[in-house]
Design a protein around this ligand. Structure first.
Ligand code: HEC
Length: 131
C-alpha cells in the first residue's frame, strides 16, 4: 500500500512537471510572438534597421520645418537592448519614453506609451534578438 502511494506520487511528478514546463514554454512563445508583432507594428526596424543593428536614417525633416527639439540623424543598435541593465529599465522606457539616466532620446525616436504587458513582450523579444 505504501509503495502504491509512492508510485502515485512518482507518477504525478512525472506527469505534472513536464506539463508545467510545456505550459511555460507556450506562454513564452506567445509572449515572444506578441513582442515580434508589436515591434513590427511600431516600426522599430524602419529606423533601427531590419536586424535592429542601427544605422543612418534614410529620411530627414523637410527644410524650414520647426521641430520641437534636436534631430538625431542616426538610430543606434537596439538588438539585445544593451543600453538597459535591467528589464525593468527597458519596460519603463517603453511605457514612458524616459531612459534610465532620465533623458529622452532625440526626435524622431517616438515617446512610446506601451502598457505593461506589451512593454514586457517587446523587451523579451528584443532581448532575445540576435545581437
Ligand atoms: C521614426 C524612427 C524610429 C522609430 C520608429 C523607433 N526609433 Fe528608437 N530611436 C530612433 C533614433 C533616431 C534614436 C536615437 C536618438 C538619439 O540619438 O538621441 C532612437 C533611440 C532609441 C533608443 C535609445 C538608445 C540609446 O542607447 O540611447 C531605444 C532604446 C530605442 N530607440 C528603441 C526603439 C524601439 C524599441 C522602437 C520600436 C518599439 C523604436 N526605437 C522605434 C528612431 C526610431
Amino acid at each position: 500500500m505504501r509503495r502504491l502511494g509512492l508510485l502515485a506520487v512518482l507518477l504525478s511528478v512525472l506527469l505534472v512537471v513536464p506539463l508545467a514546463f510545456s505550459q511555460r514554454a507556450t506562454a513564452q512563445d506567445a509572449s515572444s510572438a506578441h513582442g515580434k508583432y508589436l515591434v513590427a507594428l511600431a516600426g522599430c526596424g524602419d529606423c533601427h534597421g531590419e536586424k535592429l543593428q542601427g544605422g543612418p536614417l534614410f529620411f530627414q525633416p523637410a527644410k524650414g520645418v520647426k521641430l520641437p527639439g534636436p534631430w538625431a540623424s542616426k538610430a543606434p543598435k537596439i538588438a539585445g537592448f544593451p543600453m538597459f541593465k535591467t528589464d525593468a529599465q527597458a519596460v519603463t522606457f517603453l511605457k514612458t519614453g524616459v531612459m534610465p539616466d532620465g533623458s529622452h532620446p532625440r526626435i524622431p525616436m517616438p515617446d512610446f506609451r506601451f502598457n505593461d504587458a506589451d512593454a514586457k513582450a517587446v523587451v523579451a523579444y528584443i532581448r532575445a534578438f540576435p545581437h
